[in-house]
Design a protein around this ligand. Structure first.
Ligand code: ZN
Length: 290
């Protein structure tokens, strides 16, 4: 681990798991992830710089993520300006930042204070005072940034949702879920197909995920929630642009210990699974421990 890189009250932010293309240090030309216009791209912090993302991070990307099952051994590169990438044109970056950035940072600050007061384990419902529509629009902007440029063409409605600042409501097939996290590891994953087992059945979902203290966000695309513990915050999109509301939020606290999207296993659970897998190696199916 690399010591001395600190963020928020939960210690060092050692790794940022990023699953998209490598970042160039040159002037970056390409399509804006929100409006699609080709041109020079500006650096978009994800989450916003003022939401506990102004310190250096160590980033593991692409194939590096799967070079070892032990996250402490991942090869990383230092990114001094915080987590993010060159993804938005100047206009989209400035507009969405000025419309939604401050409201988002306020929500993140309240979340971080709550986690800090509750020592990382909030068990009660806590009241927030926020501008819900602006918060969820910033979250959607973050999903644009961490996904590939063609994400905008897969869900055309979302471009208008963030560029028309008064626009309310998400389409029925797009849900946004949230949880708290105090993990020193952050993770972002573009739209991915995930298989998981529940109730004796294998389920398939398409999700995109951003996890960075104090929050984890999961966007589902025409899919059910991959984890019932996550709280649905899609209703934030029902408020007006200037509507400040007192809301009660109850969210679980989930860890991030692997690069795999929506994997919220604790370190103990991961070690037990690895031990069982080793014990079962070479055994016929009917003799396997489960
Ligand atoms: Zn743009």
């Amino acid at each position: 681990m690399s010591p001395g890189i600190e963020t928020g009250p939960f210690g060092s932010l050692d790794f940022c798991f990023v699953a998209h293309s490598p970042m160039s240090r040159e002037k970056v030309i390409g399509p804006c992830h929100i409006c699609g216009i080709e041109g020079e791209l500006s650096f978009e912090h994800v989450p916003p710089r003022s939401a506990f993302n102004s310190r250096p991070v160590r980033v593991a990307r692409g194939r590096q993520l799967f070079s070892t099952p032990n996250i402490d051994e991942l090869r990383t590169e230092r990114q001094n300006r915080g987590a993010g990438d060159y993804t938005l044109c100047e206009r989209c970056n400035n507009n969405t930042g000025s419309w939604y950035g401050a409201a988002y940072s306020d929500w993140a600050r309240q979340g971080m204070e709550l986690l800090s007061r509750a020592r990382g384990d909030p068990t009660l419902i806590y009241p927030y005072r926020i501008l819900p529509l602006r918060v969820i629009k910033q979250v959607v902007c973050m999903f644009f940034s961490i996904n590939a440029p063609d994400f905008r063409t897969r869900i055309p409605y979302l471009e208008e949702f963030v560029l028309a600042r008064e626009r309310k409501y998400l389409p029925d097939d797009i849900r946004i879920y949230a949880a708290y996290t105090t993990s020193p590891h952050t993770r972002s994953a573009g739209a991915s197909g995930i298989l998981y087992e529940a109730g004796g059945f294998t389920h398939g979902v398409i999700v995109s995920e951003i996890g960075c203290p104090p929050f984890i966000y999961v966007m589902t695309l025409d899919s059910e929630s991959p984890d019932r513990r996550l709280g649905d915050i899609s209703w934030f999109a029902h408020s007006g642009y200037a509507e400040s509301r007192s809301i009660d939020v109850r969210l679980p606290v989930l860890p991030i210990n692997t690069p795999y999207p929506t994997d919220y296993r604790t370190r103990d659970e991961i070690q037990k699974a690895a031990a069982m897998s080793a014990a079962n190696a070479g055994r016929p199916d009917h003799e396997r421990e489960r």
